[in-house]
Design a protein around this ligand. Sequence first.
Ligand SMILES: *[C@@H]1O[C@H](CO)[C@@H](O)[C@H](O)[C@H]1NC(C)=O
Length: 196
Amino acid sequence: MLTPRIAALLTLLLASSSLGQRARRPPRPPSPISTIQPKANFDAQQFAGTWLLVAVASPCRHLQEQGHRAEATTLHVAPQGSAMTVSTFRKLDGICWAVRQLYGNTGRPGRFLLQARGARGPVDVVVGDTDYRGFAVLYLERARQLSVKLYVRSLPVGDSFLSVFEQRVQGANLTEDHTLFFPKYGECPSLPEAPW
Ligand SMILES: *[C@@H]1O[C@H](CO)[C@@H](O)[C@H](O)[C@H]1NC(C)=O
């Protein structure tokens, strides 16, 4: 049992420590991706299937420097309830690599959390826009760095898809200088069957 005096003292201590914290920490600006609206009524069933990566806009210099080595990436998306399993196929130095990841459910359609390994923490993913049949614009954020990706169902890429992407890139405060296009398609499987 706490005596009233100790209880009062505790209350005072708790109050002053939370006040102290509030004074020390300036309010954190919202992370860039939290300002991005997902595609309205996002439908994972319609989003399923194969997507080809066309372009990435990213402030990340590392990615830009890797760009000349990176070849096009194919995604294969399979809905799992409110989450999605995403298999990524990439051809690098003549070898096909496959990575399978879970885009975890966040309780909000079109918004996912990817628990990636490594020190840089999880990746927030938002499907910002898609018509399901032609194109998709995905936003990814890791360590508060926002990147924007354009995927299409088939090549060549429609001009209208490119202009939607350019607007999205500007809206994310990025420019053409941050944008990398993936012109080449290798022979990685584009329609993976089991076990993927
Ligand atoms: C872009 O910059 C503006 C002005 O600084 C800011 O209000 C906005 O939140 C930024 N957008 C993103 C997605 O970071």
